[in-house]
Design a protein around this ligand. Sequence first.
Ligand SMILES: *Cc1c(COP(=O)(O)O)cnc(C)c1O
Length: 461
Amino acid sequence: MVKTALSAIPSVDKLLGTNTAADLVAEYGRPLTLEAIRRTLAEIREQLKDQAETIPDSSEMLQRAREILVSWTTPTLLPAINATGVVLHTNLGRAPLSEESIQAMHAIAQGYSTLEYDIIKGKRGSRYTHAEKTLLRLTGAEGALVVNNNASALLLVLTALARRRKVVISRTQLIEIGGGFRIPDVLKQSGAKLVEIGTTNRVHLRDYENALAENKIALLMRAHRSNFRMEGFTSEPSLEELSALSREAEIPFLDDLGSGSFIDTAQFDLKHEMTVQESLSAGADLVCFSGDKLLGGPQAGIIVGRDDLIAKLKKHPLARAIRADKLALAGLTTTLMHYLKDEAERKIPIWQMISTPTEKLAHRANVWMKTLGRGSSIKGETAVGGGSLPGETLPTHLFVLKVRKPEKFLKHLREASPPIIARLRDNLVMLDPRTVLPEQEEDLIVGLQSALATKAGSRLD
Ligand SMILES: *Cc1c(COP(=O)(O)O)cnc(C)c1O
């Protein structure tokens, strides 16, 4: 029966006493269910004030409460299918991890661990030891330190070594990396003073020489131009020249590599990206880079280099605030082991993707075409992304769909479970098989099928 008076709205207790509410309590817990029921009743009262609405019956009220509960408890951080053709997509979580890295993280997550416990001595140990040994073996560096991410690694180095003093950096490298992360801002935050040298397009060795002659210079730094290319009338001294200069002036030289690869990208027909080992052997005193870019591991910031400098960093209070978590350390150590065992290309997903031959990608695009009975395949390009190899691409074969409403179709794909992220070019929907993990292919097909069955996905005749 439909009533209109406010007084006819049932009490919270009455609704809570129903069987439906009991189910909600079992699924969402009593406090949250109570809050959702209260919210529902308040909304109904509000609506009654505004207009002469009728009061819904109690089962409809509980249905509204359920919808509120669903919206409060549905996670927003979801696994997704990356069909964008950007291998290291920062918005999509950068590097997928190797199977063994995932297993290592799982094992550590499940229980207690030797995170800061020395099992030989039977007493307190250090979380720094785990990745350190492997990093030293891999890079030949004297010291290593893992922190939360590369941005914090940079902040630590600048704070611990250059606070209230000056850091020399070229104007060719005063970069913004993305998400508003700017090198000059990090410098300011650290309390170090920036000494800009050179011009936007050119910096000479004598610019560095002049700057290093000033007082209170604590650090010479170089930052990798991660997301753009300089072309035309440009020049910068080599890393060797810079490190020789810094050695002479007895001022430490920091190289922020950004991505930090351990293997030569040139073997995949990409531009050669300076490796961590190369930066160290060119003479950098400290090199910092990310764990989840070209390394292909979990989020982390890695600093390798001179032992005395690393020791200072470890002792600084900021190191505690930005320390790496145990799951990241477990994943990172396992990922590093793949490099040590020369199996990175086979075991680390980003290298598997980067090294997949185009014929194999063409084959996958063709299989999708046959399975769906729609679409075509064209040659295209995959970007590496994630602040590495700016402008460099790998040849690929894209799966292309011509649909009635491309924007709406993309939205349907995003709302699939798991969400599928594709891209649009010239009004065509494009999916790059290179960045779709093979184990996600089934979900991809299901998601595509249902989006194609919508009006937006219908054929464009
Ligand atoms: C990506 C990048 C950073 C930041 O690294 P995160 O691990 O994302 O914090 C710093 N410097 C350079 C040059 C980069 O490319």
